[in-house]
Design a protein around this ligand. Structure first.
Ligand code: AMP
Ligand code: MG
Length: 452
């Protein structure tokens, strides 16, 4: 386990007081490690999980050559470029039943989509492309209606027995579940789910149900983080608001570290905070306090909170359904939980989550997926931007009359304006060295679809 200082020392240009987004990301990639425990889950439970092994096809799909159309199967060697071909219909091959008859030259078999191609036949002419006279025992195809081999699906054209179907580290999508089922696979070996503890800090933060009081705001970060983590497939250990008192903060961090792989907090990490959050992080862990060259979301604390296995916890662990998890075991190989101390502002929480926490958690989950590609869109407005920091502006992406992507900002980019995160469908990502954007310039956009 490398210390925070030794990771920092490996990174060229690392400066905690003026950290670029790229250096911060590189730091986190070195800080976190994938979980090591796996479990076997049924296919219905596997959606969104990360595959822990390569899956080799135990069979070929499809298992036989079969017809791609309703039509007539015949030996394509009889086709000529000039003459029509008349064939006698000698039987019917239905899907799910093997037709075992013999077919001679000049003969064909009526065949349904998905039916196994009868022995010796390689071509299917669709029903609607043939002529059938009064005597339905014969069909005629005009020249060049089909080529030899047409409308036949080949054995193994989807997957061949013995070949890799899915790879270790893949996130299991609906398509992947279907693919596994097509191979007859009922259970999958996946990495165990990541457990992430969350609490909000700050004396001005009200829990839902509490009476409003002057100077206080309701805790929204608890719910955005809950949603982001749940969408990612993590188990959320939700600890609500923790008051700004050393004893309460110490108990919260100690409990969180003893039950989670990672701890996320919000608030209390900016410069000049009067509260005890930063002091407690320092006391209980190995933590760097960053000022990131980004907007929104300048302050952030990252590092580890050490596990104290002997500590007794004042938290009720059975009251919250997320904590009732029988097949869970923390990786004792690691003696600490990863800490992401996010800023307090609601938009900054979401942006720092997307920029830093999400990629780090995916790595911890065992995912090898690369970040979703940014799209290019034309800016519908001029945007002021200072070089020397990465900016994430809330944007609404739409499609122009000419079919190209266009994006406009949601207006007020205040880092507390959560309503703009709801209206936006993505973030305009203005990179570190970028200056002002002119009307019509191309900008990069991270669409929320798929990441939120
Ligand atoms: P801080 O980073 O603690 O200085 O907080 C920055 C701003 O975010 C302050 O205006 C806080 O009131 C607000 N804030 C902090 N935590 C939360 C929260 N959990 N929900 C909503 N607003 C918050
Ligand atoms: Mg505060």
């Amino acid at each position: 386990m490398k210390s925070i200082d030794s990771i920092a020392a490996e990174l060229v240009g690392y400066d905690a007081q003026a950290l670029s987004v790229d250096t911060g990301s590189a730091f986190l990639a070195r800080l976190v490690e994938p979980v090591t425990q796996q479990e076997e889950v049924g296919i219905f439970q596997a959606l969104g999980r990360v595959l822990a092994v390569d899956v080799i096809s135990p069979i070929s799909v499809p298992p036989h050559d079969n017809s791609a159309m309703d039509g007539f199967a015949f030996d394509g060697a009889q086709l000529t470029a000039q003459a029509p071909l008349t064939l006698k219909v000698v039987g019917t091959a239905l899907a799910g039943k093997i037709w075992t008859g013999q077919v001679q030259r000049g003969e064909c078999v009526k065949i349904m989509t998905g039916a196994v191609m009868p022995q010796g036949l390689d071509t299917v002419v669709p029903q609607e492309l043939v002529k059938q006279g009064a005597d339905t025992a014969f069909i005629t195809l005009a020249p060049a209606t089909v080529q030899p081999g047409d409308n036949r699906r080949q054995l193994g054209e989807d997957l061949l027995q013995g070949q890799p179907a899915l790879q270790k580290g893949e996130l299991l999508t609906p398509a992947a579940l279907g693919l596994m089922a097509s191979l007859g696979i009922e259970t999958l070996q996946v990495w165990r789910r990541l457990r992430v503890a969350y609490f909000s800090t700050g004396d001005e933060i009200l829990s839902l149900g509490e009476a409003p009081r002057e100077g206080a705001v309701y805790d929204s970060n608890r719910y955005t983080v809950f949603g982001l983590l749940t969408r990612l497939g993590c188990k959320v250990i939700d600890m609500g608001v923790v008051r700004d008192e050393p004893a309460l903060l110490e108990a919260a961090f100690t409990h969180a570290a003893s039950v989670s792989d990672a701890i996320i907090t919000s608030g209390g990490v900016s410069v000049g905070e009067a509260d005890y959050t930063k002091a407690m992080m320092k006391k209980l862990g190995d933590v760097a306090f960053w000022k990131i060259a980004m907007r929104p979301g300048r302050p952030m604390a990252v590092g580890r909170i050490f596990r104290d296995k002997s500590a007794s916890s004042p938290y009720e662990t059975s009251a919250n359904s997320y904590q009732n998890d029988t097949n869970y075991a923390l990786s004792r190989a690691s003696e600490a939980a990863i800490l992401f101390g996010l800023p307090g502002n609601p938009v900054a929480v979401m942006v720092t989550f997307l920029a830093f926490v999400r990629p780090a958690l995916l790595r911890m989950m065992g995912s090898t997926a690369s970040a979703p590609p940014l799209l290019k869109a034309r800016s519908s407005e001029a945007i002021r931007k200072k070089p020397g920091r990465t900016e994430y502006q809330r944007g609404v992406v739409s499609i122009d009359a000419d079919g190209m992507l266009r994006v406009k900002t949601t207006g007020n980019q205040g880092s507390g304006v959560l309503s703009s995160m709801v209206r936006a469908n993505g973030l305009i990502v203005l990179p570190h060295s970028q200056g002002d954007v002119s009307l019509g310039d191309e900008v990069s956009v991270m669409l929320f679809e798929g990441v939120i």
